[in-house]
Design a protein around this ligand. Structure first.
Ligand SMILES: CC(C)(COP(=O)(O)OP(=O)(O)OC[C@H]1O[C@@H](n2cnc3c(N)ncnc32)[C@H](O)[C@@H]1OP(=O)(O)O)[C@@H](O)C(=O)NCCC(=O)NCCS
Length: 161
């Protein structure tokens, strides 16, 4: 199987939904979304979802929902066997670029307090913790709300370089 350098990012399509829902279940367990959720999201004009593919296999996905000038991070996931190779940083960069292109000025994510990799990657990009939601998850765990102004983030569109 190829390396993270060979990853291709493209918009998620209806034909990807089965693979993406399977990946979501692996990556998020009880918090994972099912096929119906992703089908609904693909129909929503406010949503944008992308997948990362290596040699035709979907190994990552990310999605946002944009209302007015705020993008809400809906999901970001990398299959466990591909984690820790820079794919998460790449797909987060891609989805931030899409948010910027669609006119978002800020972006928020909710993250489990125990999700060290996700907290690390968001903080590395410049997201700040702006709130804590008690018992946000079905397991009773709290969520941290992380927010960033997109112009401050450490990734730029090609036209901004
Ligand atoms: C969060 C996630 C998308 C990161 O993807 P990834 O491909 O492993 O991330 P990267 O390889 O690009 O690494 C990003 C940074 O996180 C760090 N990191 C990765 N895994 C880590 C871990 N288990 N503990 C601490 N840091 C970790 C990397 O070292 C890297 O930091 P660096 O650039 O300073 O070295 C991935 O762990 C995942 O899919 N998790 C399950 C789903 C999930 O929780 N999504 C987030 C929901 S808010």
């Amino acid at each position: 199987m190829g390396t993270a350098a060979e990853i291709i990012f493209r918009p998620m399509q209806i034909s990807d939904v089965e693979a993406v829902a399977e990946m979501d279940e692996i990556c998020f367990e009880e918090d994972g979304w099912d096929e119906d959720f992703f089908l609904e999201e693909l129909r929503d004009e406010h949503s944008d979802y992308i997948v990362g593919e290596i040699e035709g296999k979907i190994i990552a996905c990310a999605g946002i929902k944009i209302y007015l000038d705020e993008a809400e991070g809906m999901t970001i996931a990398v299959l466990p066997e591909f984690q820790g190779r820079g794919v998460g940083k790449k797909i987060l960069t891609e989805i931030i670029k899409i948010a910027k292109m669609r006119g978002a000025k800020s972006m928020i994510f909710e993250v489990r307090v125990s999700n060290v990799p996700a907290l690390h990657i968001y903080q590395k990009f410049g997201f700040k913790i702006v709130g804590r939601i008690k018992r946000y998850y079905v397991t009773g765990e709290d969520a941290l709300t992380m927010c960033a102004k997109l112009e401050d983030l450490k990734c730029k569109l090609p036209s901004e370089k």
